[in-house]
Design a protein around this ligand. Structure first.
Ligand code: 3HC
Length: 278
């Protein structure tokens, strides 16, 4: 998500500093950005000069110091509260006093992340959807402490990037995931109970409900570990059984089959393998 978000900001004409944990991760981020913009060039959506401009706007670093002059920082590290707190402590140390500190979390409480900083009034949630360069929605999450000015600055920026901001309070799943994951989990439960096959459920929703992807293809795109994290967070807050993650989801995550990013989830993405049914 970090590389996708960096691409959105750079496409919007902004100078971006991409911070990663080490050189390997930086290389992956750089590669992602090159491939994604390269695909746009191939499809005639972007000129080669436009691609060079976008890539030229993004500088990469492995330390936090490069963020000292940024107006807005968007954190997109893995979904662990201890890790978020470590990152936000660093942001608190290096960022300008008037910087907005945002988290792209999809399953943790923005309020809890903000409470770990010395400046909770500057912390907002900025939730992009996968793939970030394509999906129009950005949820802007305000906690009970967030300054209205920080929220409106972020919402204005999102609009200027050609995206649609929806501003909401800090509740697990926000709006889109709260609705989407009830549906995705229901599909996984149907598969678990033998109601229908993966391919038939996907085909039904693609061709019958007009969705761009069936639920299993979408869960593989999102990442099955992320799906379980989102479901667990919504279930913990709501105690609504619709969000109790289907056993097949946990089973695949335990087996390390996380979807596209690991090469296999409900489907296999290894061209040498026959498509695998979960
Ligand atoms: N990065 C950048 N651009 C991408 C991309 C990627 N990973 N994948 C596709 N694209 C672009 C293509 O370049 C193409 O652009 P163009 O129209 O300018 O040429 C456009 O998207 C369409 O791509 P394709 O023709 O290759 O494929 P599709 O038409 O099948 O579209 C899709 C792919 C956009 C992923 C579409 O299937 C879709 O919208 N799927 C649903 C995605 C969705 O629901 N996302 C939300 C997930 S929930 C979430 O993220 C929240 C989190 O908290 C869990």
């Amino acid at each position: 998500m970090g590389a996708g978000i960096a691409e959105v900001l750079a496409r919007g004409g902004l100078a971006v500093v991409g911070v990663e944990i080490n050189e390997d991760a930086l290389e992956r981020g750089r590669g992602h950005l090159k491939r994604s913009t390269g695909r746009a060039v191939q499809r005639g959506r972007l000129t080669e000069e436009g691609q060079r401009d976008i890539l030229g706007r993004v500088t990469f670093a492995t330390g936090f110091e490069g963020l000292a002059e940024c107006d807005l920082v968007i954190e997109a590290v893995p979904e662990r509260l201890d890790l978020k707190h470590t990152v936000f402590a660093e942001l608190d140390r290096v960022c300008r006093d008037d910087a907005v500190l945002a988290t792209n979390t999809s399953s943790l409480s923005v309020t809890e992340i903000a409470a770990g900083t010395g400046r909770p009034t500057s912390v907002v949630g900025v939730h992009f959807f996968n793939p970030a360069p394509v999906m129009k929605l950005v949820e802007v999450i305000a906690t009970v402490r967030t300054e209205p000015d920080a929220v409106s600055r972020v919402a204005e920026l999102v609009t200027s990037l050609g995206k649609t901001p929806v501003t909401i309070g800090d509740r697990a799943g926000f709006v889109a995931n709260r609705l989407l994951f009830g549906y995705l989990n229901h599909a996984a439960t149907m598969l678990d109970s033998g109601h229908a096959t993966r391919d038939d459920i996907d085909a039904a929703m693609r061709t019958g409900a007009g969705l761009p992807m069936g639920p299993f293809t979408l869960m593989d795109l999102i990442g099955l570990d992320t799906c379980v994290q989102v479901l667990d967070a919504i279930y913990a807050e709501s105690r609504d059984r619709r969000y109790a993650a289907a056993p097949v989801l946990r089973e695949l995550v335990t087996a390390g089959l996380l979807g596209r990013k690991s090469g296999r989830g409900f489907y296999s993405y290894d061209p040498a393998e026959t498509p695998a049914a979960a």
